[in-house]
Design a protein around this ligand. Structure first.
Ligand code: GLU
Length: 428
């Protein structure tokens, strides 16, 4: 369920303000950090396959680059809004800071529905986006990556256009490239695996392990798919996984109490994360409409789809059995619902910590691209695990030490790091 009045930017600012108050952040630092430093809004005119022309809106928002070049994905979405990208760019700043990588925060978006566009039309949109921004992005300015409904193919088209314009090879321009074309092994898995690394640590802190636990996942895109796979590999049982069904224009949760085979469900999911309903039912799943994923009697909920999915319309439907919410998506919980969660006793792994695996691996990709020497997958995943586990423990120790909510603790660490950087640079 979504609430039309929901504004992710207000949500991101409310989260920030709460901790800025707690820290006693200086007014000028607060003013600087509670809004993006630069925004680009532009048109992308495209020739369609049928010879007609269409104009798409594109955005790139750079929230802060005090700790390093802005970093963050580019989304394709028909309902994209400027305020959503503003919020997402802020969350990228906190995300890079919480895992302590030398990057800032940015995000981009194009209002379009790739499900309605051919490959060649998508390619022209990617190239048009880069033509508009080539001078304002780049390895030392702002580095894009995949996000909702974009993938390694889109990244390579964007890189190719950038290199054509700049007249050289700049593999550090973009991350999430295909393996063999400057991409890192493990990047595709990284966000979902990172979610499970933090989940494993959270369970360890409760004296539990993944083995024998049950989970319900919202979404079946890249993050959800790899989270489900690793969670299952470590002995967990996924009893429900949901998706947006574009044909029916509604969400379904596919449930199977004796466990859903992760590989099997991924094999019947399309490129945009839609599960084939008929085949899922053949697998023995029952299809429940709307918020079904959230009402399951499971130990773990993993919202891994879009923002504002846990809200006042459904937060009360969460089963008392749920011990942990691992936020794989960006901004899945709105401010009001978060107030309920913070009093509920459910352990929360906040989004910009939980889903930081993707950008952490993007950072590894940049390092490998710059060295022109690529690591084995095991090495990438080991380094990823170390980074995610270290960041998780730092946040949990602070939360325990100060008796504060996990989301506030993550903000506390990130805001301090970014505030120190802007002050050391002498900006304020
Ligand atoms: N889009 C991903 C995120 O929201 C990854 C960003 C990146 O790799 O730069 O974290």
């Amino acid at each position: 369920m979504s609430e039309s009045s929901y504004n992710p930017y207000q949500n991101a600012r409310a989260q920030f303000d709460r901790v800025a108050d707690m820290i006693g952040l200086e007014p000028a630092v607060r003013e600087l950090l509670r809004q993006p430093m630069k925004e680009y809004h532009f048109t992308i005119p495209i020739k369609m396959d049928d010879g007609s022309s269409r104009v798409f809106m594109g955005y790139r928002i750079q929230h802060n680059d005090a700790r390093g070049p802005a970093k963050g994905g580019i989304r394709f979405h028909p309902q994209e809004t400027v305020d959503t990208i503003r919020a997402l760019s802020m969350w990228m700043t906190w995300k890079c800071a919480v895992v302590d990588i030398p990057l800032g925060g940015g995000k981009g978006g194009i209002i379009c529905d790739p499900r309605q566009l051919s490959e060649t039309e998508q390619e022209r949109i990617c190239r048009g986006y880069v033509r508009r921004l080539a001078k304002d992005m780049g390895p030392v300015i702002d580095v894009p990556a995949p996000d909702v409904m974009t993938n390694s193919k889109h990244m390579l088209w964007m890189l190719d256009e950038y290199e054509e314009i700049m007249g050289g090879r700049y593999p550090g321009f973009i991350t999430g490239k295909p393996v063999g074309m400057g991409g890192s092994l493990g990047r595709t898995e990284a966000t979902g695996y990172g979610v499970v690394y933090t989940l494993r640590e959270a369970l360890k802190g409760m004296g539990l392990s993944i083995k024998g636990t049950t989970a319900s996942i919202q979404g079946s895109g890249n993050v959800a798919q790899y989270a489900a796979r690793l969670y299952e590999e470590l002995g967990g049982k996924v009893v429900s996984i949901s998706c947006w069904d574009n044909d029916d224009q509604q969400a379904y949760s596919y449930c199977k109490l004796d466990g859903i085979d992760a590989d099997q469900i991924c094999s019947i999911t399309d490129d945009y994360g839609t599960i084939d309903k008929e085949k899922a039912c053949d697998m023995g799943c029952s299809a429940i409409a709307d918020d079904g994923w959230l009402t399951q009697d499971v130990d773990i909920l993993i919202p891994a789809a879009m923002e504002n999915q846990i809200n006042m319309g459904n937060v009360h439907k969460i089963s008392p059995q749920v011990k942990i919410i691992a936020e794989g998506a960006n901004g899945p919980t709105n401010t009001e619902a978060d107030e309920i969660l913070r009093k509920s006793g459910i352990f929360l792994i906040p989004d910009f910590l939980c889903n930081a695996g993707g950008v952490t691996c993007s950072y590894f990709e940049q390092v490998q691209s710059n060295m022109n020497f690529f690591w084995e997958k095991e090495e990438v995943l080991e380094k990823l695990d170390t980074k995610m586990t270290g960041a998780f423990k730092a946040v949990r120790d602070l939360a325990e030490g100060r008796q504060i909510y996990m989301r506030d603790a993550a903000y506390y660490i990130s805001i301090q790091r970014v505030a120190d950087a802007v002050k050391m640079r002498g900006w304020v």
